[in-house]
Design a protein around this ligand. Structure first.
Ligand code: GUN
Length: 298
């Protein structure tokens, strides 16, 4: 029996519906949620992500302020733009699309965003709060993965989860979320990375395997146990001359072989990606809600 293919697009549409209702209520009360989106350079994948994020904002009624800068923008210009967004009362969330051009100090740029507008959850204050199990913005991809498991009724608490990857954007914050004593947590977690020996033995522990490495087709059907839930976070462009664009999107999981043995699997595209985007809108609505409440209390 083949795996259940988890429909990330449908899950995201449901979440967007819920967000649209919150946004409409807040807007009627005088605070229309606003997101500032900053893109530096011409990375084709980043352009496509940023375009999608802006369409998503339109769909749920969030105001989006789009700032596109050339690749040779200086760090001080970018810091100045972030400072303006920090002080702009129409903007409740700020997203600086990563990766930034190589000569920019990404850590310094992220640290310049006000933590209460850091809807990506990448600011050291938010990541520190995540680690300490305090209220914070949960980074969108980890948040989206937890939402998918929640909506699919796949318990995280007590589950054996094997996470492959430890990036700053996905693996590291997701690991902290999954093992913490709180929402999205209480898993028995194993984290694999490029130094892991005998990965197949480690993968066999997993009730749930989450893969976020950026290596197309890394995990194959013969590497996992029957009945595993597989969450594929990878979005890799691989050459495909039969397509109009000249490439196709594939995950870090070899979908065709893994779907034969898994209990459930997220496809690429149409799995984690759309839900990640929905969680950005969610965090923006939450940021606006907090701004609105604080304003009323002043
Ligand atoms: N690049 C890839 N994923 C992300 C993300 O979640 N946020 C930002 N800002 N950049 C990214």
């Amino acid at each position: 029996m083949g795996a259940k293919i988890i429909d990330g697009k449908a899950i995201a549409a449901g979440i967007r519906g819920e967000i649209a209702r919150t946004v409409s209520k807040l807007t009627l009360e005088g605070t229309r949620p606003g997101l500032g989106v900053v893109l530096v350079g011409q990375n084709p994948a980043s352009i496509s992500y940023v375009n999608s994020k802006e369409n998503d904002c339109d769909e749920v009624g969030i105001y989006s302020h789009d700032i596109r800068l050339p690749a040779n923008t200086s760090e001080s210009e970018l810091l100045h733009i972030i400072d303006n967004l920090n002080h702009n009362p129409r903007i409740h969330g700020i997203l600086v699309q990563l990766p930034l051009p190589k000569d920019m100090n990404e850590a310094r740029i992220i640290a310049a965003i006000l933590p209460e507008k850091d809807v990506d959850g990448f600011h050291p204050a938010n990541l520190g709060r995540l680690l300490l199990n305090l209220d914070c913005f949960i980074p969108c991809t980890p948040y989206g993965i937890v939402k998918i498991l929640e909506i699919e009724n796949i318990p995280i608490e007590g589950a054996e989860i094997v996470l492959v990857g430890r990036s700053r954007i996905v693996g590291a914050p997701l690991a902290n979320l999954l093992f913490r004593k709180g929402y999205g947590g209480n898993a028995t977690l194993t984290v694999c990375h490029s130094y892991t020996r005998n990965i197949e033995k480690v993968l066999s522990r997993g009730d749930i395997i989450i893969v976020a490495t950026g290596n197309p087709g890394l995990i194959k059907g013969n590497m996992i146990r029957n009945g595993t839930v597989v969450i594929d976070v990878g979005i890799n462009r691989v050459e495909d001359s039969s397509r109009r664009k000249g490439y196709k999107l594939v995950g870090d999981v070899d979908f065709d072989s893994v779907k034969q043995v898994a209990k459930a699997i997220t496809p690429v595209p149409g799995g984690v990606g759309p839900v990640t985007r929905a969680m950005l809108l969610w965090n923006t609505a939450v940021a606006a809600q907090r701004f609105h409440t604080d304003r009323k209390e002043v």
